[in-house]
Design a protein around this ligand. Structure first.
Ligand code: OGA
Ligand code: FE2
Length: 521
């Protein structure tokens, strides 16, 4: 599900609410008529039955009684039987075809759990809607109910993800304990809690939860079984511990508590995924002040380029090795809107090169929607391409088309190289323009939280700032890939991220000055 489709769903829901309200009104009108009939008949019959003979002695009354019984009660029957829900139900049936599936719902839950991990958010903050980059004043700051938390825990459970099962069931229990009304039974929550805690090897806590469950429901079969089993396991563990202590006091070789490698893990050896996530959170090693002091801001006209001589652009050094430059105010509000407008109807799930086959496929590690814009479809695209050429001094004839990408909440692009490596079947062979020498990336939106471009090899974090662009070389002057350029787009936590990028290729650059590259050496 992507932002565009989800926006459609919001409007679908709005239409359905209107239709539902129409139905309620129709039902209320009907009930009002039925009520009036009942009241009229109520007073009539009570008068009539007080003096039946006197009442029927009046010829009009006799006639009206016949009429009521013969036709009016029948009309009432029809009214009561009349189904007012037709319109609403048929609207619902039509719209339901476009509703998200179970898979979509699970997907959305999993995306939330992934964000929770990447940004190390606690369940309480998520549940109260208190996320970084959101303000308490937002009208749509949304909260999770006990049911919502329970559902997240259940999905984690179905994925055998017991850590998330535990934290979300604990959150559901907490909200129940705080008195939130819910149809979720605390017994069910405790059942999941004890099991997920047990799965993580915490027998004592599993036992506590089981006992608490049994206080609420002493007859609970599985809990009774578990209670005995956990107690037995715990006793066995304690005994094993005692034996060990006994053996140690006897001079036996002590067993190692934990493998030694774990404690001394240096930051450098962290798996890339961890480094990437750290950078996304804004943690990790910072550049030394000395190094930082060599980064500058300047006005830039690319050697008195005629188009920039009178109006040089603002350039800022973002990083030294690899050299990453940011251009400020380099794409206007109007251009951004135009580019988005051109791209929107064509946005498709982004594809990547499968290094095994060289084919294009979709992958979980690149979650975004993208579209390609060609220079001849609108002058704005042409102008943008020209600007990139003028400022980088690189030929964009051989570059790929301008790619526009949109990342929704959870959208990300895990660490990758933009260039093709030697050992890969030549991904760019078909293009016949050589490897991707450089990347130009426009930020076409601010992002409330998350969504930075990070370089895990070197620790660089580039925050999206609307209207700016960053540029770096992917290849060394020798034509070898520069492995320090490995980079990623952090998942969007709050908001929506728009970028557009130009992947510039080698061919056509042979006689051009590689601007910028050597300035920082
Ligand atoms: C890319 C890329 C990063 C981002 O398009 O090659 O890595 O922040 N983008 O969108
Ligand atoms: Fe990239």
């Amino acid at each position: 599900m992507f932002a565009g489709q989800m926006t459609d769903l919001l409007f679908t829901e709005k239409d359905l609410v209107t239709s539902l309200k129409d139905y309620i009104q129709a039902e209320e009108r009907k009930l009002e008529q039925v009520k009036q009939w009942a009241e009229k008949l109520d007073s009539l019959t009570s008068i009539a039955t007080q003096d039946p003979e006197g009442f029927l002695g009046h010829p009009v009354n006799a006639f009206k009684l016949m009429k009521r019984l013969n036709t009016e009660w029948g009309d009432l029957e029809n009214l009561v039987l009349k189904d007012m829900s037709d319109g609403f139900i048929s609207n619902l049936t039509i719209q339901r075809q476009h509703f998200p599936s179970d898979e979509d719902q699970t997907g959305a839950a999993k995306a939330l759990l992934r964000l929770q991990d990447t940004y190390q958010l606690d369940t309480q903050s998520i549940s109260t809607g208190d996320l970084p980059g959101t303000s308490v004043k937002l009208p749509y700051r949304s909260t999770l109910t006990v049911e919502d938390c329970f559902e997240l825990g259940r999905i984690a459970y179905s994925e055998s993800d017991y850590r998330h099962t535990e934290v979300w069931m604990a959150q559901a229990l907490k909200q129940l304990d705080e008195g939130e009304e819910s149809s979720v039974e605390p017994v069910m929550v405790l059942d999941y809690l004890s099991y997920s805690v047990y799965q993580q090897g915490e027998l004592e806590r599993a036992l506590d939860f089981t006992r608490r469950l049994l206080e609420l429901d002493p007859e609970h079969q599985r809990a009774n079984g578990n209670l005995k089993y956990f107690e037995y396991q715990l006793a066995k563990q304690r005994k094993a511990g005692e034996d060990l202590r006994y053996r140690r006091s006897e001079g036996a070789e002590p067993e190692r508590e934990e493998s030694e490698g774990r404690k001394g893990v240096k930051k450098d050896n962290l798996p890339e995924k961890k480094k990437y996530e750290q950078l996304c959170r804004g943690e990790g090693i910072k550049m030394t002040p000395r190094r930082q002091s060599r980064l500058f801001c300047r006005y830039y006209d690319n050697n008195q380029h005629p188009r920039y001589l009178l109006g040089p652009v603002k350039q800022e050094d973002e990083w030294d090795r690899p050299y990453i430059i940011r251009y400020h105010d380099i794409i206007s509000e109007w251009e951004i809107e135009k580019v988005k407008e051109l791209a929107k109807p064509r946005l498709r799930r982004a594809t990547v090169h499968d290094p095994q086959t060289g084919q294009l496929t979709t992958a979980q590690y690149r979650v975004s929607k993208s579209a390609w814009l060609t220079a001849n479809e609108h002058s704005v695209v042409d102008h943008i391409n020209q600007r990139i050429e003028d400022l980088t001094g690189l030929d964009v004839q051989t570059a790929e088309e301008l790619q526009v990408a949109n990342y929704g909440v959870g959208g990300q692009y895990e660490p990758h190289f933009d260039f093709g490596r030697k050992d890969e079947p030549d991904a760019f062979k078909e293009l016949g323009t050589g490897n991707r020498i450089a990347t130009w990336l426009f930020y076409m939106s601010d992002v409330a939280a998350g969504g930075a471009t990070v370089f895990p090899e070197v620790g660089a974090v580039v925050r999206p700032i609307k209207g700016t662009a960053v540029f770096w070389y992917n290849l060394l002057p020798s034509g070898e890939g520069d492995y320090s350029t490995r980079h990623a787009a952090c998942p969007v936590l709050v908001g929506n991220k728009w970028v557009s990028n130009k992947w510039i290729h080698e061919h056509g650059q042979e006689f051009r000055r590689r601007c910028g590259l050597h300035e920082m050496d």
